[in-house]
Design a protein around this ligand. Structure first.
Ligand code: MV4
Length: 447
């Protein structure tokens, strides 16, 4: 087992990783930018190293500084958390070169899944259902138009280097094709330095359902059931839950088996997520694979009673997984509490937290790095806490979530709490009747 893990991240996920390391008897090294001097991850780690100024590029994304910090402190592994360098193939490769275990996917696996057209071809070859569309990249706009006419509109063009909704355009008819093509190419070229596109049939009003998997170094992969992440705004998830209200035991087994087939086909090692779109007929299609631990992993931990960070560390150290799958025993939901003003287009609201009270009681878990008197820097992600609620039924979880949100006090900044309170009272949400378009028609006024 590792003796010392460097955590190449900040905020709540850095704390989350430190907590599990403590329980496993592993020493920890925090790295921090000058904006994070007063952060809890720095205080709770056994050692800490300042790696640069506030800008992420010069600190949490600076491979050289992080590798030197690991060398200087003698860390034998690096946990990248989510975001930052977690899906950076070059970083994974450099760690391997320096003999430091990267707790995550190999450079090859990150590259294979980071290129969306390649990921899709790999999954299709493994027998995972994929969205009908072009066989790989499109060579020309003419080829795209011919294929779209054959498949029927609406279609969607997507950047192979894309993700998070960037570099994609929905096309409703042939006369819109050229402009959508040009816009998607321009956007993906500028954002990713790669303007290659592929085409798919557009799935209208889908659910976003993802399956958690874990693979070990012996080629074994298990799944830990699904998370429903359909409640998103501009590709930012706000609420996640498990089990999904639309997933039957039969569908769970089918999607779990597909996720395992896909991950096994690339010898996937570590924790990962296979994202699917589920259409209104309950048909599911592979969309993307995330080769990292995700923000919403705690809801899976709560319903399966399984520490995913501990499992990541164990498989990275070469321990085998049990080989069985994990199914939800209870219900759980996560609300992301962001330092944003929901009444004004979720504009960032950094600043000092003047007063703070966390809710408590049965079924409540809070993963957060903030405290009374803490100043949220403007340089990073606006998520300041995850409120994770579990219960015996979905109804109980929603009732308890609303109670916890009402008990939550954060003064000095605006947060997404008022939005979540309104959502918990929404009749369609309460019925489990929503798609990825749900928030497009939500009333955010007066929050
Ligand atoms: C789609 C789609 C409908 N049909 N692909 C959004 C992010 C990127 N990962 C892929 N996305 C989508 N791809 C086809 N063929 C709809 C979306 C989509 C979406 C997916 C999941 C969650 C929220 C979404 C919001 C808008 C669009």
């Amino acid at each position: 087992m590792f003796k010392k893990i460097l955590i190449a991240n900040r905020g709540e996920i850095a704390l989350r990783i430190i907590r599990t390391c403590r329980e496993m008897g592993i020493k920890t090294v925090a790295v921090y930018s000058t904006a994070d001097r007063e952060s809890l991850h720095v205080r709770f780690a056994d050692e800490s190293v300042c790696i640069g100024p506030p800008a992420s590029r010069q600190s949490y994304l600076d491979v050289k500084s992080i590798i030197s910090a690991a060398e200087v402190t003698g860390a034998d592994a690096i946990h990248p958390g989510y975001g930052f360098l977690s899906e950076n193939a070059e970083f994974s490769r450099v760690c391997a070169e320096y003999g430091i275990k990267f707790i995550g996917a190999t450079a090859e696996q990150i590259n294979q899944m980071g290129d969306k057209a390649t990921a899709k071809a790999t999954m299709r070859a493994a027998g995972v259902p994929v969205i009908p569309g072009s066989d790989g990249l499109l060579d020309s706009v003419e080829e795209g138009k011919v294929l779209a006419a054959e498949m029927g509109y609406p279609v969607i063009v997507k950047a192979t280097a894309g993700g998070g909704g960037r570099g994609m355009r929905v096309i409703n008819s042939a006369d819109e094709f050229q402009k959508a093509w040009d816009d998607a190419r321009q956007e993906s070229g500028a954002a990713f330095g790669n303007d290659a596109l592929y085409l798919e049939k557009f799935i209208e009003e889908p659910r976003h359902i993802e399956v958690q998997i874990v693979g070990d170094q012996f080629g074994r992969v298990c799944h830990l059931s699904e998370r429903d992440c359909s409640i998103q705004r501009r590709h930012q998830k706000l609420v996640e839950e498990t089990p999904s209200p639309i997933i039957t035991a039969e569908l769970r087994d089918q999607m779990g088996a597909a996720a395992i087939k896909g991950a096994s086909s690339i010898g996937y090692e570590g924790a990962g997520t296979i994202e699917f779109l589920v259409d209104k007929h309950g048909k599911f299609y592979f969309m993307e694979m995330n080769t990292r631990i995700q923000v919403e992993h705690p809801i899976t931990e709560e319903v399966t009673n399984f520490d995913l960070i501990k499992e990541q560390i164990k498989v990275a150290a070469g321990e085998p997984i049990s080989g069985k799958n994990y199914y939800p025993k209870v219900f759980a939901m996560e609300c992301r509490i962001n330092a944003e003003d929901p009444a004004h287009n979720f504009r960032p609201s950094p600043g000092k937290i003047t007063s703070l009270h966390f809710p408590g009681g049965h079924g409540i878990r809070i993963d957060s790095h903030v405290y009374a008197g803490y100043t949220i820097p403007p340089n990073y992600d606006s998520m300041i806490a995850k409120l994770i609620v579990s219960g015996q039924s979905r109804e109980e979880v929603i009732t308890r979530m609303k109670r916890a949100l009402q008990e939550f006090v954060i003064e000095g900044i605006k947060t997404t709490i008022p939005f979540h309170i309104r959502l918990m009272d929404d009749p369609s949400f309460k019925e489990g009747n929503f798609t990825t378009k749900f928030l497009e028609s939500f009333d955010f006024s007066g929050l």
